[in-house]
Write a protein that binds this ligand. Structure first.
Ligand SMILES: [Zn+2]
Ligand SMILES: [Zn+2]
Length: 422
């Protein structure tokens, strides 16, 4: 017996019809961002490990969970599967120096070598946009509204926008020192993890959901109350733009997000139908220093990422169906040997109508079962009797009378029946 194989630990297959939700999400996302002038970027799934180290030295995503490996080069190269979407796109920007503003989107997997446990996966699927080359605050509004609009497109209603500003090189260092001093005075009251490690990235402590940290930092100083003049003006313009579009948001002064590179505008869409520990559906923010950190010219940037798996959880919690209509509208049932089905499906598909059929000379009954499973709306039926008379029978699969039409009127009549059914 040959050995059998399964998906590697922490990964999963997405099979039809489940995968239709993925198709729907990617197609709707591409349509929305494409119509806003964003172009698709496809970059390698792995990069030099330095690309990701540069963006998150103090984060678990990079410190502990990076899916890194050495290749067969001489000497071997240290590479990593991408843990998130932004760093690769910014690396591509620095490498190719496209004209700015560079408005891009991606749909790609990301990888984290997490401990295997329920609900933790090593491969996720992300949709995102990244824009490089302008610090215009109204671009922040465009980017945020795009993501909110996408959630609305797919039917999510219970997602709430949380917004914050994390300052910049002018006002962040002083704030960070103030926060670090604040935490140092209360270190013994922080959770186990942060008691030792709060100096690595003091801001992350504000994001900690453990009761000890929440209590100890209840009256901590917050960056948004310590912004310099230009950061204040920028954040005011962002909020004004959101108001002008009628985009509701909550000012969330403790919103930090996971990665080191965020500056100024930071945002997250929270799924209110989800449990609070895992309720971020998507988010992002500015990263005005990242291009420089990756060896490029000073270039402001902003983007977001939203995980397909998390969107599916939010949709399930809201009872929203993401699967969309079946791609096949017509199923051809042929008991004359299969050649008629070959020709009719060919003709239907050439006319832009999704069509499928059964194989292996199955019985009439078996073919109808397959027709029902396909999700088609109409069966085109050809038996010896119909073939002899030059007609086909059209049977609506979700109720309604069967009719018989001349074979050369098949296309036109099928089209009418499908349109009526939609
Ligand atoms: Zn903590
Ligand atoms: Zn500032």
């Amino acid at each position: 017996m040959p050995e059998t194989f399964q998906t590697p630990q922490g990964t999963f297959d997405v099979l039809p019809p489940d995968s239709r939700a993925y198709e729907t999400l990617v197609a709707r996302f591409a349509a929305r961002v494409g119509a806003a002038g964003y172009g698709l970027v496809i970059s390698p799934m792995f990069e030099d490990v330095g690309v990701f180290r540069r963006v998150g030295e103090s984060t678990d995503v990079v410190r502990k969970e990076m899916y890194d490996f050495f290749d067969k080069g001489k000497p071997p190269r240290h590479l990593a599967l991408r843990p998130e979407g932004t760093a690769s796109v910014v690396r591509a920007f620095v490498q190719h120096r496209p004209r700015v503003p560079w408005k891009t989107w991606y749909a790609a997997p990301s990888f984290r070598y997490e401990r295997a446990q329920a609900g933790r996966y090593r491969q996720h699927h992300q949709l995102g946009v990244e824009v490089l080359g302008t610090e215009d605050p109204l671009l922040d509004v465009e980017v945020i509204a795009l993501l909110g609009g996408f959630y609305a497109d797919v039917g999510l209603r219970q997602v709430a926008l949380h917004l914050n500003s994390l300052g910049d090189d002018t006002c962040r260092p002083a704030y960070r020192a103030e926060l670090e001093a604040f935490l140092a005075e209360r270190a013994d009251r922080l959770c186990d993890e942060h008691r030792e490690r709060f100096r690595d990235n003091p801001l992350r402590v504000l994001d900690c959901k453990r009761p000890a940290c929440l209590e100890a930092t209840a009256d901590a100083p917050l960056q948004v109350d310590r912004l310099c003049g230009p950061c204040t003006a920028h954040f005011t313009a962002v909020r004004g733009g959101l108001d002008a579009l009628g985009v509701a948001f909550t000012l969330d002064k403790r919103l930090v997000r996971g990665l080191d590179y965020y500056t100024r505008t930071t945002f997250e869409f929270v799924g209110e139908a989800l449990e609070s520990a895992q309720n971020g559906v998507g988010g992002g923010g500015r990263y005005d220093r990242l291009a420089e950190d990756l060896g490029g010219p000073p270039t402001p940037g902003i983007g977001f990422g939203t995980g397909i798996e998390r969107i599916r959880l939010a949709a399930a919690a809201e009872d929203v169906d993401l699967t969309g209509p079946a791609a096949v509208d017509v199923f051809v049932v042929d008991t004359t040997g299969g050649l008629a089905a070959l020709q009719l499906t060919h003709e239907l598909r050439a006319a832009g109508i999704g069509a499928d059929r059964a194989w292996d000379g199955r019985s009439f009954k078996a073919q109808f079962k397959a027709a029902d499973r396909s999700g088609a709306r109409v069966a085109v039926v050809v038996g010896d009797d119909e073939a002899a008379r030059g007609v086909v029978a059209l049977k609506p699969l979700r109720g309604g009378p069967q009719i018989e039409v001349p074979a050369d009127e098949m296309l036109q009549r099928v089209r009418t029946m499908i349109d009526d059914a939609h």
